[in-house]
Design a protein around this ligand. Structure first.
Ligand SMILES: [Zn+2]
Length: 300
């Protein structure tokens, strides 16, 4: 119990911490002694009053994470109230990543899409005129940035050695093409944008515009079947070795706002992909909060 107090008091100055600790310890000892006497008399024990004091000190579980941001305390609490199932860790990084807001609200521009890893999601938008400077052709003829293309070719070659065949069905898409695609889907769904938003990005919000996202087909030749081909599990297991991540995983659908897309891989660079793999992080936004916006003390 004492360890917990000290942890939760990490935001308090050393002097304040010692003072509070001493005060509470004294109160609890006094209450304990008094409680023994009063219990036999049948009166309520002062220990009943001591418990709220302890819980007051112990009520900030978010502050123990190195990526805690004090100015977001109210948002942590509101988000936790709305999502009782989340751990304190999840609450903190998800709020820090801005995932507590409605999709497509408070949209921010992507400052420099050439710096890896790039966050393009329902809150971060690329400008309409952004085109990557170094687009080259993948073997399928689709365009991707040079680093993405090199990594993909290495991965495809190793997949071939394992008797597998990868095909890049889609890679770079311009803002205009994404605009046409999205609006085409909206028409097809009779104006149901909420439904379209689960599988297609609004213009400027597609990772494909960065030139670093690829949609893969396997031996059966369609995106939806990819997960059922031998290539699907192979890519999921091995793509990090080449600097790719499967961006829209099954267990983070509420966070990404997209249904599970086992075929959509994103080039984030080998270091990022390796760390995400080692730390069991499968959401790029979580990586950015824990390793870019903040850094763990041990790794500094
Ligand atoms: Zn895609």
């Amino acid at each position: 119990m004492q360890t917990v107090w000290l942890h939760s008091l990490s935001a308090v100055s050393r002097r304040g911490k010692l003072f509070l600790f001493a005060t509470v310890t004294t109160a609890v000892i006094a209450a304990t002694i008094a409680g023994v006497n009063l219990a036999s008399s049948g009166l309520p024990s002062p220990l009943d009053n001591a418990i709220p004091v302890i819980s007051l000190l112990d009520k900030n579980p978010y502050a123990e994470y190195y990526y805690y941001e004090a100015d977001k305390q109210e948002r942590y609490e509101a988000y936790q109230n709305a999502h009782a199932e989340l751990s304190a860790d999840e609450v903190v990084w998800q709020v820090n990543a801005g995932l507590d807001r409605e999709f497509y609200t408070e949209i921010m521009p992507v400052i420099d899409p050439s710096v890896l890893p790039v966050i393009v999601n329902k809150y971060h938008q690329l400008s309409a005129d952004y085109v990557p400077a170094d687009l080259v052709k993948l073997p399928s003829g689709k365009l991707a940035t040079r680093d993405t293309c090199q990594a993909y070719q290495q991965m495809a070659a190793d997949a071939r050695k394992a008797g597998l065949s990868l095909y890049a069905a889609s890679a770079y898409r311009s803002y205009d093409l994404q605009n046409r695609l999205y609006n085409g889907y909206v028409k097809q769904e009779h104006g149901d944008t909420a439904r379209v938003d689960t599988y297609s990005a609004r213009p400027g919000h597609s990772e494909h515009q960065t030139g670093r996202a690829i949609d893969l087909c396997g031996s059966y030749g369609s995106l939806n079947d990819f997960v059922n081909t031998p290539e699907g599990p192979w890519v999921k297991e091995n793509c990090y070795r080449y600097g790719f991540i499967v961006r829209y995983q099954e267990d983070i659908v509420p966070l990404t706002g997209y249904k599970y897309e086992p075929w959509h891989i994103t080039y984030v660079g080998k270091d990022v992909a390796q760390t995400m793999h080692e730390k069991n992080i499968n959401c790029l936004e979580e990586y950015v909060v824990k390793y870019i916006d903040h850094q763990p003390l041990a790794d500094v």
